[in-house]
Design a protein around this ligand. Structure first.
Ligand SMILES: NC(=O)c1ccc[n+]([C@@H]2O[C@H](COP(=O)([O-])OP(=O)(O)OC[C@H]3O[C@@H](n4cnc5c(N)ncnc54)[C@H](O)[C@@H]3O)[C@@H](O)[C@H]2O)c1
Length: 462
């Protein structure tokens, strides 16, 4: 029976959650179905991230590289007491699909196949791409559901034009079913790797599934294309993740649908680059009770994502997830003397010469003993898609695992991967990457009936 050693549970300060979420003390009722057969990975958006992910998996399969950055492929998990010496690889501990079982597909507004899109993205070396060219070339984008109102900086010919949004949702469901049939998939997972859509708030049409379906039928302008994909995935019983910051399935209608259809979902906005750095440093400052009154972050990037983010509406979606991180890690309401005056600003500048090789600068104004000021400067020369590709791999494998384990609705244990982790209503998101990792690993332990580890060291007093 899984249990937390020595943990005392305090009463929750949060309002009750309107539906039952599994507790760590619950035993999982369903066994985990085996990861047999093919797993189809469906991606709306065949751009830099998705092609780097696919080409990377193909390269790893051929022994041309290592899956660096992927917890599912390289990570281990400690089981039992420290003295037990049980530290299997995660992929040996839980039944994950193997890389050889993955088949890829997707949609894009451009007609380029995945090889052409990868060459265009210019993330991976042409010599490496040539070695996986035959496999990549076979991946041709299906016609996209697209609306320029939601992504204003780009336009392309490969789009579905007939009918209402409901007809388009049904066309996507047909695409999903056909893909599964042609590729003989046992199961599928969908992950949004499309451009960042403009910021919009949930409205009436997003509140219930009835309102949402009516809205689809009458082309409600508040329904974004990413929401049509999410609807089609969930209706098809396909787990869904959102790698971008836009409002997608984080609305009551689609969350209720996910629970009704027993589909696991998660999001949103991959935690890479500058925000990843923030979630490493901010918990460290707070752990030592060091103050912070200014955090200025600026970036240059020159890929298509950077171009889309030049649009103020798309940038606003990104800004929301990037800004939310510090407040919830530093908790100014709990530590006013340290963080109440924190000024936090984030800028993204499109600068074509850099392509996917982003540069992110942070100036952090901190203060210590008696309020004496200090500064930290970070200059992170990173590669956006190289950081994002292993997150896509982990997310699709873990979502498929959750699906086979009968877990439905928001998968908070996958917050580790996101800038704006989705949570059940009434709960605040956890942004501290080390707490997120502990939660992820404890969920895996719980799934396999192992003791949860709190790092309290109380096992010696058992
Ligand atoms: N790379 C990272 O580190 C990172 C981190 C966090 C979030 N993201 C997000 O991931 C997403 C993908 O990033 P990228 O660098 O691959 O961008 P990209 O511009 O290279 O690729 C996005 C692709 O989506 C396509 N697209 C746009 N709308 C579509 C629609 N409705 N249907 C189908 N295709 C559509 C575009 O044509 C483009 O090919 C972006 O939203 C980005 O903000 C990336």
């Amino acid at each position: 029976m899984p249990r937390i050693r020595g943990q005392r549970l305090a009463p929750s300060p949060h309002p009750p959650i309107p539906w039952k979420v599994p507790l760590m003390s619950d035993k999982i009722t369903q066994k985990i179905a085996p990861a047999k057969g093919k797993l189809g990975i469906l991606m709306p958006g065949l751009g830099s991230v998705s092609t780097t992910f696919m080409a990377g998996v193909m390269a790893v399969r051929k022994g041309l590289g290592q899956p660096i950055g992927s917890l599912t492929q390289l990570g281990t998990i400690r089981l039992g007491k420290r003295t037990d010496n049980r530290t299997p690889k995660i992929k040996e501990f839980v039944p994950l699909a193997g890389l050889d079982q993955l088949v890829f597909g997707g949609w894009d507004i451009f007609e380029d196949n995945a090889y052409e899109a990868a060459v265009n993205a210019a993330v991976l070396d042409p010599a490496l791409l040539k070695q996986v060219k035959p496999q990549l070339q076979k991946i041709k984008p299906m016609k996209a559901v697209f609306d320029r109102k939601y992504v204003t900086r780009i336009d392309g010919p490969n789009v579905k034009t007939n009918g209402t949004l409901l007809d388009k949702a049904h066309a996507l469901m047909e695409d999903i079913a056909n893909f599964g049939k042609v590729n003989k998939c046992d199961r599928m997972v969908m992950i949004w790797t499309g451009s960042t859509e403009v910021f919009h708030r949930p409205s009436k049409v997003h509140q219930t599934i009835e309102a949402f379906e009516k809205g689809l039928a009458k082309n409600d302008p508040d329904i974004a294309p990413s929401q049509v994909y999410a609807y089609a995935a969930i209706m098809s019983g396909v787990p869904f993740a959102n790698g971008a910051p836009n409002l997608t399935h984080d609305i009551p209608a689609l969350l209720a649908l996910a629970r009704d259809k027993n589909v696991p979902v998660c999001g949103k906005d991959f935690k890479t680059g500058q925000t990843y750095m923030k979630t490493l440093i901010a918990p460290g400052l707070k752990a030592r009770m060091l103050g912070c009154n200014g955090w200025f972050s600026t970036n240059i990037l020159g890929n298509r994502d950077g171009e889309v983010l030049e649009d103020p509406g798309s940038f606003q979606s990104k800004e929301q997830t990037k800004l939310s991180v510090l407040d919830s890690i530093l908790q100014p309401a709990l530590y006013p003397e340290l963080y109440k005056d924190l000024y936090h600003a984030v800028r993204i500048n499109y600068y074509p010469p850099r392509g996917d090789s982003k540069e992110g600068w942070d100036n952090i104004d901190i203060f210590g003993w008696l309020g004496y000021p200090m500064q930290i400067k970070i200059d992170f020369l990173c590669r956006d898609s190289i950081l994002a590709a292993p997150l896509v791999l982990d997310l699709v494998l873990f979502l498929d695992l959750a699906n086979r384990a009968g877990m439905k609705g928001i998968q908070e244990w996958l917050s580790f991967y996101f800038k704006g982790p989705m949570t059940a209503p009434g709960l605040y998101p956890e942004h501290d990457i080390f707490i997120q990792l502990m939660k992820l690993k404890n969920t895996l332990r719980w799934m396999r009936g192992e003791d949860l580890i709190t790092h309290l060291g109380l096992e010696y007093y058992d």
